[in-house]
Design a protein around this ligand. Structure first.
Ligand code: FAD
Length: 432
């Protein structure tokens, strides 16, 4: 076993050590951060304690004996499933009821290191924080996406968003006080997390306004850079979503290039010169790869880290079989496409981050134990799309299907809405 397998923190990094969840360290018998016992076993560093990082850690911990360390490095102290942000926005759930502390990982024997990763040094298999270098035998990059309103001129300060935790809480107060008027939702850039998210939110806001008897005093429109909703999943699902919007009187404006937002004049200017006035502006913030990844030179042409579709290994890894990238931070090419000129990539969704994490955990455990077991990610996943009035539909997606990805939506009903709630609750109860 090489020195590299230690979770080695330089002696000066007392602060980082103290930042470790006390429970997490104490709950691991025989493991010391500084002591000699660290020479036993391997260290897997999981960068990011979100959807994918939590699932990877949980599955890997379950597959390995306790001499092998599973360490999650996270800037956040807690986790909230993205799907619950619209519930918070509309007052259907309290923020603290849908958020769990990551300290719960310690109960599974996973170490939690609460700190900011500044950079990743793949050649040396290290994650670098402000005061430490964390060594790894295996590394899983699960740092998600960064949301950056500043990438569209005028957007910051003018737009609200339900894509962040604080944004959803803020919007809750705004929508509660809303007296009616022109609401627009803009999608200025691709890709973004959860492709049905903005459409689902529009339908939920529609139902919310109806419930408050102000829908007849309001208009609701979506301006998107996309040609159709959920384009990766194929034209049929796009038409289906557009049909749902139409039934609810929600305007859909595809291929809208947002040029600039004039917050004081409450107007969005499109590239074709159209001026769109609004009373309330909701935006899906532009997404980029996290700064730590960009600073480490890991981002390629796509703006994200290219990953092998099945193994999730970095495509240009210096250490084959040892470094993986999962979830939103990854760019996973799809084998086929609907339009020959538009290359497709796997959508950014938590269900994929989770299932990728599970496959990666199996591969790492197989390599450590030398038993040859290794799952592959199959490109499958599902999502629930709420349409209002406590109804939802479940879409089953198979994105590695030939000749093109497949997504089969079911007819919306109350049962699938209940299923969605049960899925969220069981996810949190299982992993945290
Ligand atoms: C409104 C909304 C609804 C959604 N609904 C669904 C849904 O119904 N189904 C679904 O499957 N997906 C849904 N999603 C998408 C889903 O939330 C994301 O795709 C998923 O969280 C991606 O998982 P991840 O592990 O890649 O990243 P994340 O879950 O974002 O985790 C990444 C973590 O890394 C941390 N991090 C980043 N940089 C650093 C650093 N330098 N140092 C330390 N930590 C760092 C971040 O703070 C974060 O905690 C939704 C998203 C939104 C916004």
């Amino acid at each position: 076993m090489s020195d590299r397998s230690y979770l080695s923190i330089a002696p000066i990094s007392r602060r980082a050590f103290l930042a470790l969840s006390a429970g997490a360290v104490a709950s691991l018998p025989g493991v010391s951060l500084y002591g000699g016992e660290m020479s036993k076993g391997t260290t897997t560093l999981i960068l990011g304690g979100g959807f994918g990082g939590i699932a990877t850690a949980w599955h890997l911990r379950g597959a390995l004996s306790t001499e092998h360390r599973v360490v999650v490095v996270s800037r956040e102290r807690s986790f909230q499933i993205g799907a619950t942000k619209t519930w918070v926005m509309l007052g259907q759930a309290e923020q603290d009821k849908v958020t769990r502390s990551l300290d719960a990982l310690s109960a599974h024997g996973i170490r939690l290191l609460h700190t900011e990763i500044e950079r990743v040094d793949l050649s040396n298999m290290q994650a670098i924080t402000s005061d430490s270098r964390l060594n790894a035998d295996y590394m899983v990059i699960a740092l998600g996406a960064e949301l950056d309103m500043s990438l569209v001129p005028g957007l910051s300060g003018a737009a609200e968003t339900f894509y962040t935790r604080s944004g959803a809480v803020r919007l809750r107060g705004i929508l509660k006080e809303f007296k009616g008027g022109k609401i627009i939702i803009i999608i200025p850039q691709l890709p973004f997390q959860c492709p049905p998210g903005p459409y689902e939110a529009a339908m939920l806001i529609n139902a919310f306004l109806e419930g408050r008897n102000i829908r007849n005093r309001s208009s609701l429109d979506i301006y998107t850079v996309e040609k159709a909703p959920m384009a990766t999943a194929g034209p049929a699902i796009g038409e289906y979503i557009v049909g749902l919007l139409k039934e609810r009187g929600i305007g859909f404006h595809p291929l809208s290039q947002i040029q600039v937002v004039d917050g004081s004049g409450r107007t969005v200017l499109l590239a074709d010169g159209t001026k769109v006035p609004y009373d309330l502006l909701l935006a899906i913030p532009p997404h980029t790869a996290p700064r730590a990844i960009r600073k480490s030179g890991l981002v390629r042409e796509s703006g994200w880290i290219p990953a092998d579709p099945k193994t999730l290994e970095l495509t240009d890894t210096p250490h084959p079989g040892k470094i993986f990238v999962i979830g939103d931070a990854a760019s996973v090419p799809l084998p086929e496409r609907f339009a020959p000129d538009i290359p497709l990539v796997l959508p950014k969704a938590g269900i994929f981050a989770e299932r990728q994490g599970r496959a990666v955990a199996s591969r790492i455990a197989g390599a450590i134990q030398g038993n040859g077991t290794s799952d592959s990610f199959d490109g499958k996943g599902f999502c629930y799309i709420e349409i209002g009035d406590e109804k939802a539909l479940r879409g089953e997606g198979s994105f590695y299907e030939m000749p093109h990805p497949v997504m089969n939506p079911r007819t919306p009903d109350h049962i699938q809405y209940a299923e969605k709630k049960a899925w969220v609750e069981s996810w949190m109860a299982t992993y945290l």
